[in-house]
Design a protein around this ligand. Structure first.
Ligand code: CMP
Length: 140
C-alpha cells in the first residue's frame, strides 16, 4: 500500500523570486494538506547530509552549494498516494521535460534550480520529514 506522506522544499531561487505563495497554493489545490512547515536556511553540511544518497554524483557539489545558498521553505505534506501524486504535480526533474501546468514547468530554471524538491519513495519521505521536523512540529 502506498504511504500518505511526502516531503518538499521550495528551493532558494523560487523563494527569492517570490513564488512561494503560488507554489503552496498549487500544493493545496492539488489536494495536499500541510502537516509541518518551516522557513530555514540549510548549512552546507546539512545540505550534504540531506542529499547524501547523491554523494559522488557529478551534480552533488553544485546541488548542495545551491541548496545552502539562501532560505528555503521545508514542508511535510499529507495525501493518499502522496509520493507519486506529488511527483506528478511538480513534474520532471528537468524543467524542459516537465509537463505543462506542473510546478517545475511554471517556476523552475534548470535541473538544480528546479523550484521544488519532492521525495522519491515512501521510505525517503519519512526520513526527510524526520530530518527537518521533530514529532512535536508535525500536526497531522
Ligand atoms: P530534487 O527533487 O531536489 O532531488 C535531487 C536533486 O538533484 C534534483 O531535485 C535535482 O535538483 C538534482 N539533480 C538531479 N539530476 C541532476 C543533474 N543531472 N544535474 C543537476 N542536478 C540534478
Amino acid at each position: 500500500m502506498n504511504g500518505n506522506k511526502t516531503f518538499t522544499m521550495i528551493k532558494p531561487e523560487a523563494v527569492a523570486k517570490g513564488y512561494t505563495g503560488k507554489i503552496i497554493d498549487q500544493f493545496i489545490v492539488g489536494g495536499f494538506k500541510i502537516i509541518a512547515m518551516k522557513y530555514v536556511q540549510l548549512s552546507l553540511t546539512q545540505a550534504q547530509e540531506f542529499y547524501g544518497i547523491h554523494k559522488g554524483k557529478p551534480f552533488f557539489d553544485e546541488l548542495t552549494q545551491y541548496m545552502s545558498s539562501g532560505p528555503i521553505i521545508s514542508i511535510a505534506l499529507e495525501k493518499d498516494n502522496a509520493v507519486n501524486d506529488f511527483r506528478a504535480l511538480i513534474g520532471s526533474t528537468d524543467p524542459n521535460e516537465a509537463n505543462e501546468g506542473t510546478i517545475r514547468k511554471r517556476f523552475a530554471e534548470s535541473k538544480s534550480k528546479n523550484a521544488v524538491h519532492g521525495s522519491d519513495s515512501d521510505e525517503n519521505a519519512l526520513i526527510e520529514i524526520n530530518f527537518h521536523f521533530s514529532s512535536k512540529e508535525i500536526i497531522s
